[in-house]
Design a protein around this ligand. Structure first.
Ligand code: ADP
Ligand code: MN
Ligand code: MN
Ligand code: MN
Ligand code: MN
Length: 390
């Protein structure tokens, strides 16, 4: 790796201004872009951006023009297709993958006047014969949730991400030179020019998510300089996965506009003692939120513990780098839980313990911020049947 000192380190915001020098990409002239965005277009047409999850778990998208009437509800949207041979999702001689719309949002990147909206459309993926393709984890989760609607499983997903210098061919470097030691440093939930970097990116993303109609519940600065978190939820069942993937897509689009590179890697910086990143998953069922809920939560946690290894296996590659038992994580091999304990696998909040109702618990193990939210939430669809099962 090149010596850290030989690398010019800049804040995330400086990075925005300087990126063209580093990558050769031309700078965005916003006044030119605005001129074209302001052009009116026919009121009977809507642009629909079809978004899907690719073979690496990242979002891709393409746009089509639709008559307004076809975008009024998700079940009116037509299926579409893409070239799966270009995304490793289909062979070249039978390359068509079918996109089935499953959730519709407003498009914050193409706003328009007159109360009309363009749309972002979350889709899942099928063969022309109608079978879910192997990377369609939504279909697996949807099946797992089937018939369990009565328990109204809620999820709150904490999505962490880390802006890095745009140097994809070198070892990663933080976007901002840390001036303080790792841990208990000044960056977590911080303010001030010497502590907080890239707030504009998070705020823009926050606004876009609200405009789109996502249940984004908050945001905070994280432990590494420039690192951020936002939370999606509570969302019911499969909707948590749909919303989380759409929020990641929105984050990527915002980063594109700012020309800032953000990673969802669990341990972006390994040569220093920094916290990693993750996707804590908060769960509750209807009975956990009612009187006596704490008992149900405890039973659910024991059951989660019994299946610890199965759950760890679906949280994604790279967990071993992160779940070391240090830096507010629990060891990957042992299961533990505690009230307000951020070193445990599962944490029960003090409010939940005190009130013995209205409760939920936090699973701190999904430590891969690029974990597949369909798999993570779908795997928990067993929660509603906890009582019969124990
Ligand atoms: P932490 O204290 O671990 O940082 P956060 O505030 O970041 O927690 O995230 C908590 C998440 O849990 C939020 O998305 C919130 O909407 C969600 N949440 C709140 N109540 C419930 C509930 N009853 N069931 C599931 N998720 C919930
Ligand atoms: Mn084409
Ligand atoms: Mn949090
Ligand atoms: Mn966090
Ligand atoms: Mn958390």
């Amino acid at each position: 790796a090149p010596a850290a000192n030989t690398v010019a380190r800049t804040s995330a915001l400086n990075m925005v201004q300087q990126l063209d020098l580093k990558t050769g990409q031309s700078q965005l002239d916003t006044s030119v872009v605005d001129r074209f965005s302001a052009l009116p277009y026919p009121d009977d047409k809507v642009l629909a951006e079809y978004v899907w999850v690719d073979a690496k778990g990242e979002c891709r998208s393409k746009t089509r023009t639709l008559p307004v009437a076809r975008t009024e509800a998700v079940d009116k949207l037509p299926n579409w297709n893409f070239d799966g041979s270009s995304t490793d999702q289909a062979p070249g001689d039978d390359s068509e993958v079918i996109l089935r719309p499953c959730r519709i949002f407003k498009d914050p990147f193409r706003p328009r006047a007159h109360g009309l909206d363009n749309n972002l459309v979350m889709c899942d993926t099928y063969t022309p014969a109608g079978e879910a393709i192997p990377t369609n984890t939504r279909a697996i989760a949807a099946k797992a949730f089937e018939g369990k609607e009565d328990e109204e499983v809620w999820f709150g997903l904490e999505q962490e991400f880390t802006p890095l210098q745009p140097r994809p061919t070198h070892s990663p470097r933080l976007a901002q030179e840390p001036v303080s030691q790792p841990r208990s440093g000044p960056y977590y939930s911080s303010a001030g020019p010497e502590n907080s970097f890239g707030r504009a990116v998070t705020d823009a993303m926050y606004r876009c998510c609200l405009y789109a109609g996502l249940e984004i519940s908050g945001t905070n600065g994280e432990v590494m300089p420039g690192q951020q978190e936002y939370q999606i939820g509570p969302c019911v069942g499969i909707d948590a996965g749909d919303q989380l993937f759409m929020s990641r897509y929105i984050l990527q689009r915002v980063c594109e506009e700012f020309q800032v590179y953000c990673t969802l890697h669990p341990k972006p910086i390994t040569d220093e003692d920094w916290n990693g990143a993750g996707m804590h998953t908060n769960d509750s069922t209807k009975s956990m939120r009612e009187a006596g809920g704490l008992d149900i939560i405890k039973q659910a946690i024991y059951k989660l513990g019994a299946k610890h290894k199965e759950h760890i296996a679906i949280y994604g590659e790279g967990n071993e780098l992160r779940l070391t038992g240090k830096f507010e994580t629990a060891s990957m091999d042992e299961f533990s839980f505690g009230v307000a304990n951020r070193g445990a696998s599962v944490r029960i909040g003090r409010d939940t313990e005190a009130e013995e109702m209205l409760g939920y618990f936090e699973d701190r193990k999904p430590q891969f911020p690029n974990a597949d939210p369909y798999l993570v939430t779908g795997k928990r669809s067993w929660l509603p049947i906890i009582m019969e099962d124990i």
